[in-house]
Design a protein around this ligand. Sequence first.
Ligand SMILES: [Zn+2]
Length: 69
Amino acid sequence: MKEWRCIRCNKLLAVIDGDRLHIRFARGHEYLVGYPVTSVCRSCRTLNELRDGNAIAAPSKGSVSANAI
Ligand SMILES: [Zn+2]
């Protein structure tokens, strides 16, 4: 599963769920939103924008090799 993280502090903002973004808050609030999406980091207040889930590389499975795209 791909993760959308803050460009500044790397805090997890949401996870990529196919063609949508899965945002989860405390106490059971969850949102599935389409692109593009904008979020202010709850930690450092940096504005993060995501136009497409494909813009985020899939996490490596324990490998340190570069993306093969
Ligand atoms: Zn941040």
